[in-house]
Design a protein around this ligand. Structure first.
Ligand code: FAD
Length: 171
């Protein structure tokens, strides 16, 4: 079999770089960027010359999310939850919040993101800190920064999480 020239160690054989398979062995949309997904469709199209596949290169705006859209929307929800979290939560709410975070990390649709997030939370220094809004907001910021670092993106200044997600920027 011919191996794709752009292939990496993590890319399955005969798929363009960045395509990730799901547990069913099929390409996983929410684990793959739109660019890699489009490259895969393009490759399929050039094999089959199918006009139907060609049309898939221009997905409608209401198509299922790729890994980046899913990530942006998820972080928006997670940071917004911290922004509206009580300053003095009851111990019941603190427990429910921890349960939510562990459940979220299991159900997150991108399986390799979910797996890394679970591993990150397992480290003692990263276990969820939810005893106040400020603490929870900073913890979420650190969780997001861990992914930023992994992806080679800039680290966000966690002193500013509250301005970014709750009050708006100070002029
Ligand atoms: P995002 O990283 O989505 O950030 C959105 C906005 O949040 C930014 O514009 C900025 O204003 C603000 N922001 C950025 N950093 C912080 C911070 N530390 N604290 C507060 N606000 C901040 N993608 C992968 O490719 N591989 C993965 O393994 C992966 N794991 C993920 C795990 C989880 C739990 C989640 C929710 C997402 C994961 N993603 C992963 C998606 C990834 O984090 C990004 O969401 C995606 O790459 C889109 O990035 P973006 O540059 O548009 O901004």
């Amino acid at each position: 079999d011919q191996i794709d020239s752009e292939q990496t160690d993590t890319t399955p054989k005969n798929f363009p770089k960045g395509v990730v398979l799901g547990q069913d062995g099929k390409p996983c949309r929410s684990c793959t960027s739109m660019a890699s997904w489009a490259a895969m469709i393009k490759k399929e199209t050039s094999k089959s010359q199918s006009t139907t596949a060609s049309a898939a290169l221009q997905p409608p705006p209401d198509c299922p999310p790729d890994i980046e859209q899913l990530g942006r929307s998820s972080w928006m929800l997670l940071h917004s939850i911290t922004a509206t979290y009580p300053t003095q939560p009851s111990s019941q709410l603190q427990n429910e919040t921890k349960t939510f975070l562990y459940t979220f990390s299991k159900l997150y649709p991108c399986w390799h993101c979910a797996s890394d997030f679970q591993q990150w939370m397992k480290e003692d220094k990263n276990s969820p800190r939810v005893s106040s809004r400020e603490e929870f907001g900073r913890w979420m910021c650190e969780a997001h920064n861990a992914v930023n670092v992994k992806l080679g993106k800039s680290v966000f200044d966690c002193n500013k999480w509250d301005e970014r997600w709750r009050t708006g920027w100070k002029d």
